[in-house]
Design a protein around this ligand. Structure first.
Ligand SMILES: CCCCCc1ccc(-c2ccc(S(=O)(=O)CCO)cc2)cc1[C@H]1C[C@H]1c1ccccn1
Length: 240
C-alpha cells in the first residue's frame, strides 16, 4: 500500500496522532478539563472553537482487564463489527480497500436533534507500533481515522452535513506473568486505552447543544465499545 497516493498522509497523520495520544493530560499544552469519570474511564476535553464552531478536542483514558490492545483495535477497525457497537451510525460503507490494514469509509450518522444529520468520509488505518527503545517496551496497537476530501464524493450535496474528524485509538497491553510459568490467561491481561478525537461538525450548531451532545455521547460510546470487546473476547483464544 506504500504506492497508494494517500499513503504519505496516512503515515504522517498516524505518527502525529500517536505522539499526541502518548502525551499525558498533565504535561500537554493547553488546559484539559475532566468532564466525565466512570470507574477507570476518565474523559477530558479542551474548549476550542473555530469560526464560532465547537471543535473541542477530546482525550479519554481507560483501563480494561481481560483483553489485548490488538483485540481492541481489531474490533474498532474491522467494519464487520461496526454496527454492533456503534449506536450512532446509521450506515457504514467501505468505499476502498487501500490495504489489509487501511480502509476508506463513508459513514452516515444518525441525526442528533436539533442538528441536521451528519456523514463522515475518512480513511482508517490500523498499526502495531513496536517500541522504538527496547524489546520489552510497551506493546502498542493503534487505529487512526482521518477525514479526507474526495472530489467524486463532494460534501453537503445530499441530506447530510459532512463532518470532519481525526480520531486515534491507542492501546497498550500489559501482561502480569502468572506464577511458575503457568499459561497466560485473560485475568493476566490489562489494556490501557487512550482515545483522542477532534470532530468538526461541519455546519454550525449551537455550542451549548454540541457540548451537551458530546458530554452525553462520548462516555456512552467508549463504555459501550469496550464492554462489547470484553464480551466478544471472553471465550476466545487471546490475540496478542
Ligand atoms: C450535531 C452533532 C454533530 C456531530 C455528531 C457526531 C457525529 C459523529 C461522531 C463520531 C464519528 C466517528 C467516530 S470514530 O471514533 O471514528 C468510530 C467510527 O464510527 C466517533 C464519533 C461524533 C459526533 C459527536 C456527537 C458526538 C458523538 C460522540 C460519540 C458517538 C457519537 N456521537
Amino acid at each position: 500500500h506504500h504506492g497508494h497516493h494517500m499513503w504519505p498522509e496516512i503515515e504522517r497523520v498516524t505518527m502525529e496522532q500517536i505522539h499526541y495520544a502518548r502525551l499525558s493530560v498533565e504535561d500537554s499544552v493547553g488546559v484539559w478539563q475532566l468532564f466525565a469519570e466512570e470507574g477507570e474511564m476518565k474523559m477530558y476535553r479542551r474548549e476550542e472553537e473555530v469560526n464560532g464552531m465547537v471543535i473541542d478536542p477530546l482525550k479519554a483514558c481507560h483501563v480494561v482487564k481481560g483483553v489485548t490492545g490488538h483485540e481492541v483495535c481489531e474490533y474498532f477497525f474491522n467494519p464487520q463489527y461496526r454496527l454492533e457497537w456503534e449506536a450512532t451510525v446509521e450506515t457504514t460503507t467501505v468505499l476502498e480497500k487501500i490495504a489489509d490494514d487501511t480502509l476508506l469509509f463513508l459513514q452516515v450518522h444518525k441525526r442528533i436533534w436539533p442538528a441536521s444529520q451528519r456523514d463522515a468520509l475518512f480513511w482508517s488505518h490500523m498499526r502495531h507500533v513496536p517500541d522504538d527503545k527496547d524489546q520489552d517496551g510497551p506493546d502498542i496497537w493503534v487505529v487512526c481515522n482521518n477525514s479526507v476530501d474526495i472530489p467524486d464524493l463532494p460534501a453537503n450535496t445530499g441530506k447530510c452535513v459532512r463532518l470532519y474528524l481525526t480520531v486515534c485509538l491507542m492501546c497498550q497491553t500489559f501482561v502480569d506473568p502468572p506464577k511458575d510459568g503457568a499459561k497466560v490467561t485473560r485475568n493476566d491481561l490489562t489494556c490501557k486505552i487512550t482515545y483522542c478525537s477532534v470532530v468538526n461538525p461541519g455546519g454550525w450548531a449551537p455550542p451549548a447543544v454540541l457540548r451537551a451532545v458530546y458530554k452525553r455521547e462520548y462516555p456512552k460510546f467508549l463504555k459501550r465499545f469496550t464492554n462489547y470487546v470484553i464480551d466478544q473476547c471472553q471465550d476466545k483464544p487471546i490475540l496478542f
